[in-house]
Design a binder for this molecule. Structure first.
Ligand SMILES: *Cc1c(COP(=O)(O)O)cnc(C)c1O
Length: 377
């Protein structure tokens, strides 16, 4: 069925085609050409990471992170069950075991107070996910990771332009993974980036991304030939994708500002429903600046979510839920284990509804969604 108000509408700034044409004119179509380098520069300037490396998806960036940590068979990697499959898959591909820890009821992020208790001698990494572009409690997680000598890998797929204590998400851990999938704020169709935050991991990351070779050093003139150095794969996007992304990154402030306007409208117009106990709006801790990646509501316990989703559908509105907890999925049961009960994960994920939100959505559409919601609660 087609919706009068879709859940997402990929935003096109208008400069993408000109940038793609320019990439064709420059005659370099494989990865790591001038547009890729420009994107790296913008991401490094914007986030302050030591090195940004474009990838063909956030999934790819997470796989690179998993290779970088050298997590292997039997090693454990802590993460929330309330996340996208790629967070776990990246490590399962290496033979490691995701260990799911419960989430906080306010932000739906990894509950940092449960993390230390879940550490075992096999623990290799902690992988916090910044849900909805709202930062995890990173001071605590950084401290735990440092004291136990664990890798800290941020799944910042939803986090570009959001900060924790003024610092960009994806730059607080050892590495951070960004997504430019068409459902995210800044897009390339499919795309992502690994933000490397320690100089000592830069070369290893470049090698992983370039099929296990030191081609990046060769391009910089640091070696006179390139050879197979380590395990790696092909994680870089073509220049055409980088050209598209470049157009978006140039316009990132404006694109995000449009989303923020919509987010704030929802937040204001739903305040009275929250006051009446009919829903809960997102909680943004004082130390976090979010990026309006998504606006979700939590329905009251016991209210059947499907009825609300169906009701919105009848009004032509596509609202969706998030996530089927990974520990309850067939592959989650096969490859992962849980630490403690995951009560918050189970109850909150069943109550969550994401409302339509995209750059270019107008006030009348927000009002339509809110009015429809009022009839259903
Ligand atoms: C979108 C997303 C991913 C995957 O991003 P892709 O670019 O589609 O591979 C991973 N983790 C989270 C939390 C996401 O939201």
């Amino acid at each position: 069925m087609s919706y009068s108000i879709p859940f997402n509408k990929p935003y096109v700034s208008g400069k993408e085609l000109a940038c793609i044409a320019e990439a064709l004119n420059r005659g370099k179509l494989a990865g790591d050409g001038s547009f890729t380098h420009e994107c790296h520069r913008i991401l490094e300037e914007r986030t302050g990471c030591v090195k940004a490396l474009l990838t063909h998806s956030c999934t790819a960036a997470l796989e690179m992170a998993a290779l970088l940590t050298q997590a292997g068979p039997g090693d454990e990697v802590m993460m929330p069950s309330f996340t996208f499959v790629s967070t776990a898959n990246a490590f399962v591909l290496r033979g490691a075991v995701p260990v799911f820890v419960d989430i906080r009821p306010d932000t739906l992020n990894l509950d940092e107070t449960l993390v230390e208790d879940a550490i075992t001698p096999r623990t290799k990494a902690i992988v916090p996910v910044h849900y909805a572009g709202v930062g995890c409690e990173m001071d605590t997680l950084c401290d735990i990771a440092a004291r136990h000598h664990l890798w800290l890998v941020e799944d910042a797929a939803q986090g570009l332009m959001a900060t924790y204590k003024g610092r960009p998400l994806g730059t607080l851990g050892d590495v951070g993974a960004l997504s430019f999938h068409e459902t995210k704020n800044i897009i390339a169709g499919e795309g992502g980036a690994l933000l490397v935050n320690r100089q000592k991991d830069v070369l290893a990351s470049e090698i992983i991304r370039e099929k296990g070779t030191d081609r990046s050093r060769f391009f910089r003139g640091e070696v006179d030939k390139y050879t197979w150095q380590n395990v790696g794969s092909s994680y870089l996007p073509a220049e055409i994708v980088a050209a598209f992304l470049y157009a978006q990154l140039e316009d990132a402030e404006r694109i995000n500002a449009m989303r923020m306007t919509i987010w704030n409208m929802y937040n204001e117009r739903l305040a009275d429903l929250e006051a009446k106990g009919l829903l809960r709006r997102p909680v943004i801790p004082a130390e976090c600046q979010h990026n309006a990646h998504l606006f979700y509501i939590l329905l009251p316990e016991g209210l059947p979510r499907q009825k609300v989703l169906d009701g919105l559908k009848e009004h032509g509105i596509n609202a969706v839920f998030h996530y089927v907890p990974l520990h309850s999925a067939p592959a989650g049961q096969k490859f992962c284990r849980t630490h403690g009960d995951l009560r918050q994960t189970e109850t909150l994920s069943e109550r969550l509804v994401r409302l339509p939100l995209w750059s270019g959505m107008d006030e009348a559409q927000v009002d339509t969604v809110v009015a429809a919601l009022r009839t259903l609660l």
